[in-house]
Design a binder for this molecule. Structure first.
Ligand code: ATP
Length: 465
C-alpha cells in the first residue's frame, strides 16, 4: 500500500486542526515562519519532553542548561561562524530569485515550465558566492559597529562557553554531557518544505565531554542511542536510516559525523522539486577538542579538566548529537498520518506514539441528556489531573471519534446509559478500534498502563482480517 502521507496533506491537516499556521497570515505571511497552535504546541512539547527524558531522567551523566540567545560577538569569532557559517548562493538575473547553489537539484525555478534553477532556456545564474547565515541585530540604543550582535545560529556554543561553570557547580567529570533546548536562527537562502527548513527553529543539542581516548567509543554509542530514540518513539524502520558522512563532507575538525535521516514524502510545495527523499533529522558529530580549544584561545579562559586521580590535565573531546525539534515534530506527523475507511467513510488518523499524542484521552458522553454530560465532565475533571485530556459533547459520537482520530488521541472514553447503572465506561483505541468496558474507578490506571507500554507503528502492519 502506498503511504497516504504527502506534505500537502500534512500542511492541510496542520492548518485545519490548528497544529501549525503560517505566521503573520493577516499581513500576507512572512516567508517560511510558522506559528504553532494548541495541538502543535502540545505535540512539540511532548517531543522535547521525550528528548529531556532520554537525556536527563533516564541517566545521571547529563545536566541541563538554558543559555542566552544573544551572546558576546567574540563567541561567533571563536566558533568560526563569523568567517565560515556560509552557504553558497546564486542569483538568477532573469527572475531575480536567489537559490542555494548546492541544492539546485532539489529546488524549483518559479518560472513555467517547472524546472530546476539553471535548466530553463531563460535562466541566467550568477557565479556562486558565500552568504553568511547569521542574523545580525544591534544591542543598545546606538547603532554603531561596536554594538552588533547575532541571534545564535545554534545552541551548542552557549554550552561550550559555560563548560567551566558547569564543571565547577555540577560535580561531574568526563564523560558527562550538557543538554540544551532552545531557539536558533539562520537566514536560510532557500527555506522551505513547511517546518523542515525555517529561519527560526528550535534545536535540541547535547555536548558530551569525554577523555580523548574514549571519543570513538562514545561517538559509536551516541549514534546508536539517537537512532534508537526515534525508533522507540515509533518512526518506522524503513523510513529511518543512519548515514555516515563521506570524508569530503566532514568539517576540518570532525573525525566522524553521521546523520539520522528520515524518508520525507514527495512534495511540490515550498520550493522543493518533489520526490520522496532522505533528509537529515539530526547530526551526531565527533568534534574533537576544537570548540573548547577555540574558546580558550579567544577568551583567555582555560577550558580543560584536571583529573585528581591521575594528576592529568586535558581538554576533553566532544561528541555532539544535534537535533531539530521542529524537524522531528514534522517527521512524527508525517510518519503518523494515515487514511483508512470506517463505516463507508474515509477516516484521517494520526497514528502517533501515545506518549507523543497531544491529547491522551477524550471523554465523550454518548448523548447530551440523562445525566451523561455531567458524569462525563466529572470523569474528565478527575482524569485531566493525570494526563492531557479533553471533553467533547458537540456532534454525533462518530464525528467526535473522527475529530480525535485526526489529532491522534489514542483513547476515547465514552459515557453511555450503562455507565450510569454500573459505573463502567468504554475505552476505544484509535489504532485497533477495539472497545473495552472499564470501571471508572480503574480508568486512570488502565490508561496509564497502556501509555507506558512499548508501541510500534501499526501503519506497516499487515491488515487484520
Ligand atoms: P541542514 O544540512 O539541513 O542545513 P545542518 O547540518 O546545517 O542542517 P545542524 O547545524 O547539524 O544542521 O543542526 C542540527 C539540527 O538542527 C538539524 O539536524 C535539524 O534538525 C535542525 N535544523 C538545522 N537548520 C534548521 C532549519 N533551518 N530549520 C529547521 N531545523 C533546522
Amino acid at each position: 500500500m502506498p503511504d497516504a502521507a504527502t506534505m500537502e496533506k500534512i500542511v492541510a491537516l496542520c492548518k485545519r486542526r490548528g497544529f501549525i499556521f503560517a505566521s503573520s497570515e493577516i499581513y500576507g505571511g512572512l516567508g517560511s515562519t510558522y506559528d504553532y497552535g494548541h495541538y502543535g504546541v502540545l505535540l512539540k512539547t511532548n517531543v522535547k519532553n521525550e528528548w529531556w527524558r532520554a537525556m536527563l531522567q533516564e541517566r545521571d551523566d547529563i545536566v541541563a542548561l538554558d543559555s542566552a540567545i544573544l551572546q558576546h560577538p567574540r563567541v561567533w569569532e571563536a566558533s568560526g561562524h563569523l568567517a565560515g557559517f556560509t552557504d553558497p548562493m546564486v542569483d538568477c538575473r532573469t527572475c531575480g530569485q536567489r537559490f542555494r547553489a548546492d541544492h539546485l537539484q532539489d529546488l524549483q525555478c518559479p518560472r513555467k515550465p517547472s524546472k530546476h534553477p539553471g535548466e530553463g532556456p531563460n535562466c541566467d545564474l550568477t557565479e556562486a558566492r558565500d552568504f553568511n547565515l547569521m542574523f545580525e541585530t544591534t544591542m543598545g540604543p546606538v547603532k554603531d559597529s561596536g554594538a552588533t550582535v547575532y541571534l545564535r545560529p545554534e545552541t551548542a556554543q552557549g554550552i561550550f562557553i559555560n563548560f567551566k561553570n558547569v564543571l565547577q557547580f555540577s560535580r561531574k567529570k568526563p564523560p558527562f554531557g550538557i543538554a540544551q533546548v532552545g531557539k536558533s536562527f539562520r537566514n536560510e537562502i532557500t527555506p522551505g518544505n513547511f517546518v523542515f527548513r525555517t529561519r527560526e527553529f528550535e534545536q535540541m543539542e547535547m555536548e558530551f565531554f569525554v577523555p580523548p581516548a574514549e571519543a570513538q567509543h562514545w561517538y559509536a554509542y551516541w549514534k546508536q542511542a539517537r537512532y534508537d530514540w526515534y525508533v522507540d518513539l515509533g518512526l518506522r524502520d524503513g523510513h529511518l536510516q543512519l548515514r555516515e558522512h563521506d570524508p569530503d563532507e566532514l568539517s576540518h575538525y570532525s573525525s566522524g559525523t553521521a546523520d539520522v535521516e528520515y524518508l520525507f514524502p514527495a512534495t511540490g510545495s515550498a520550493g522543493s522539486a518533489g520526490g520522496a527523499r532522505w533528509s537529515e533529522l539530526e547530526g551526531i558529530a565527533n568534534r574533537g577538542n576544537f570548540d573548547l580549544t577555540q574558546h580558550t584561545e579567544f577568551s583567555g579562559e582555560k577550558l580543560e579538566y584536571f583529573d585528581p586521580q591521575t594528576n592529568e590535565r586535558y581538554v576533553p573531546h566532544v561528541i555532539e548529537p544535534a537535533a531539530g525539534a521542529d524537524r522531528a515534530t514534522l517527521a512524527f506527523l508525517v510518519d503518523a498520518y494515515d487514511e483508512d475507511e470506517l463505516g463507508g467513510e474515509q477516516r484521517t488518523v494520526l497514528k502517533l506514539h501515545p506518549r507523543l499524542a497531544p491529547v491522551k484521552a477524550a471523554v465523550l458522553p454518548l448523548v447530551r441528556k440523562d445525566g451523561q454530560p455531567e458524569l462525563a465532565r466529572e470523569i474528565f475533571t478527575w482524569l485531566r489531573g493525570r494526563m492531557q485530556a479533553e471533553y467533547d459533547e458537540g456532534g454525533s459520537i462518530g464525528k467526535r471519534y473522527r475529530r480525535q482520530d485526526e489529532i491522534g488521541t489514542p483513547y476515547c472514553v465514552t459515557v453511555d446509559h450503562q455507565t450510569l447503572e454500573d459505573r463502567t465506561v468504554t475505552v476505544r483505541e484509535r489504532d485497533t478500534l477495539s472497545q473495552q468496558r472499564v470501571a471508572i474507578e480503574g480508568l486512570g490506571d488502565v490508561l496509564a498502563a497502556r501509555l507506558a507500554q512499548p508501541w510500534r507503528s501499526p501503519k506497516d502492519a499487515p491488515p487484520t482480517s
